[in-house]
Design a protein around this ligand. Structure first.
Ligand SMILES: Cc1cc2nc3c(=O)[nH]c(=O)nc-3n(C[C@H](O)[C@H](O)[C@H](O)COP(=O)(O)OP(=O)(O)OC[C@H]3O[C@@H](n4cnc5c(N)ncnc54)[C@H](O)[C@@H]3O)c2cc1C
Length: 508
């Protein structure tokens, strides 16, 4: 039996500190014990490897290429936050394996207090990124928690899968790994299946005791250039495969030979915009006969287990995604309100109604989050998982789209007609700017910055991508909604209530 690359057991105090991590390689990937929660410097250093990242036809090193630096700084800042004296107690906890602080994102909750700690940590991640990084590392760490939780079901297919899932979870947790995932098939021709055109699905082309060789592509892997590993499992759209070779769950380092990361165009380039600072990237992952060692394989061939597993793996991550949405909607409400006040339209009834509508979305999501936590249930493996997020998942995209529309409606022409920072710094323009471009009780600086922020959020390429994300990141919204309908537990009650009322029509 080949040995595993994952080493997790190490006596407390017997391992080097995070600072000694060699800059060129994330530590425990080479078999050493984990070094615990990252700070900014160790995170950036851990990305210096041989990953094949392509952007606009150029192969790039994300640790040095200028387009990737603003986002890298943003992520480094988030990791510094998690190790800061103010937040470390709420974002990390001591590993029982190494004694090092490890990320609370990887906590496996067993009590309501654990869940509260977990969600507080998630809130720190989304507040630190202002709700603008859709796949903050906390998101996929929670999928790894789901993988750990689902290991017993994987073990029923093959005991080695359960062991692999558990060891991999520990490996991620002890090394604070950032994961990405790409679940969908390439968007080439949805009218045919990969069985008809094999290149349309990721599949196993060779297997032996040492592992599997996979060929094909997966999309869209958000955060991929900044992640350590990709976790591949299946989306509901593609788990019912006619050919078992397409059912494969595994993880791969992003510098795996044969794996290419094809990024979309970056949002870098313009100063003073949100786009470059929060450009988490989205990528197509191409596996060109990539070898995946046996200890990184979590499921093969069994579509039934894959179906159950998709929902099991996402139980905690979907909830953290909604915490992010809640914060993003709060930002949108704040922006809309300040725009309205700065141009003196906040007291007009129609505008007030739109602001109230936005406030209702913030409130509804908040109420739902509280109730979903109250409905937490125990999983077969003994963890406490939040109740279903399906209703929120179904409506989130609509809330987001409407929030953007409200900001556009209130901002109107002001979303484009604002002085830039260069104008604000030019003395010759000052008098005209103060006279014609300021706001009600608002300086031209404050007003123009708020409007330019609004422009980034709701009309620029960055904002449009965020809106697309909100609509599609949980999968096809039509599928999410129809799945909610078919699994809606109160449906018989709703239908019974309708029949009672219909029966009244028979009577005079
Ligand atoms: C910004 C962004 C970030 C994302 N990040 C991630 C990520 O990190 N990881 C990840 O795994 N995924 C990610 N996704 C992908 C997301 O999960 C998919 O967008 C979603 O599953 C829909 O798939 P698709 O985009 O390929 O659309 P398609 O499946 O190609 O659908 C295109 C259109 O055809 C319709 N359609 C397709 N098939 C059918 C059918 N059989 N019957 C009827 N209508 C059909 C759809 O409703 C849609 O209108 C991201 C998406 C976006 C936009």
């Amino acid at each position: 039996m080949p040995t595993s690359e994952f080493e997790t057991a190490a006596p407390a105090g017997d391992t080097p500190t995070r600072d000694t991590r060699p800059p060129s390689r994330p530590a425990a990937h080479d078999g050493r014990p984990g070094l615990g929660a990252h700070d900014g410097a160790s995170f950036v250093a851990s990305l210096a490897d041989d990953r094949e990242v392509w952007v606009e036809g150029e192969r790039v090193d994300v640790t040095t290429h200028p387009d990737f630096q603003p986002m890298l700084r943003t992520l480094a800042g988030l990791y510094d936050r998690q190790r800061s004296p103010e937040l470390a107690r709420e974002m990390t906890f001591p590993s029982e394996v190494s004694g090092h602080p490890i990320s609370l994102s990887y906590l496996t909750p067993r009590t309501p207090e654990d869940l509260d700690r977990k969600w507080l940590n998630s809130r720190h991640w989304v507040e630190g990124s202002h709700g603008q990084i859709s796949r903050v590392p906390d998101f996929m760490a929670n999928v790894a928690v789901g993988l750990h939780d689902f290991r017993h079901a994987l073990g029923e297919v093959d005991p080695a899968f359960a062991e692999n899932a558990e060891r991999y979870y520990l490996h991620c947790r002890e090394n604070d790994l950032v994961l990405t995932h790409g679940l969908g098939d390439p968007q080439v021709d949805r009218s045919v299946t990969p069985v008809q055109r094999p290149e349309l699905g990721l599949r196993v082309v060779h297997r032996d005791d040492s592992g599997i060789v996979v060929r094909g592509a997966k999309q869209i892997a958000t955060l991929a250039p900044y992640a350590h590993d990709v976790l591949i499992y299946l989306s509901p759209a593609n788990y019912l495969r006619e050919d078992p070779a397409y059912v494969c769950w595994f993880s791969a380092r992003l510098d795996t030979p044969g794996l290419r990361i094809l990024c979309r165009r970056t949002y870098h380039g313009q100063a003073h915009t949100l786009g470059s600072r929060f450009d988490e990237q989205d990528a197509m992952l191409v596996f060109d006969d990539a070898f995946i060692p046996h200890d990184r394989v979590f499921l093969l061939d069994d579509a039934g287990t894959a179906v159950k597993g998709f929902h099991a793996l996402n139980r905690w991550s979907l909830y953290t995604g909604q915490i992010r949405l809640h914060h993003r909607l709060r930002v949108m409400l704040g922006v809309a309100s300040l725009l309205a006040k700065s141009i003196g339209v906040d007291r007009f009834r129609e505008v007030g109604a739109m602001l109230g509508e936005l406030a209702s979305y913030v409130s509804v999501v908040d109420l739902a989050l509280k109730s979903i936590t109250r409905d937490a249930t125990r999983t077969k493996s003994g963890l406490l998982a939040p109740g279903p997020t399906a209703a929120l998942d179904s409506i989130a995209g609509q809330f987001s789209e409407r929030a953007s529309a409200i900001v556009r409606q209130i901002g109107a022409s002001g979303l484009i007609m604002q002085p830039a920072e260069g104008d604000l710094r030019t003395p010759d323009l000052r008098a005209a700017l103060d006279l014609y471009m300021g706001g009600r009780d608002t300086s031209v600086e404050d007003k123009s910055r708020m409007f330019r922020l609004a422009g980034d959020l709701v009309i620029d390429r960055f904002g449009m991508r965020q809106e697309l994300y909100e609509a599609w990141n949980r999968g096809d919204p039509a599928r999410v909604r129809s799945a909610l309908y078919t699994t809606f537990t109160d449906l018989p009650g709703c239908e019974a209530a309708a029949r009672v009322l219909a029966d009244l029509l028979e009577r005079p």
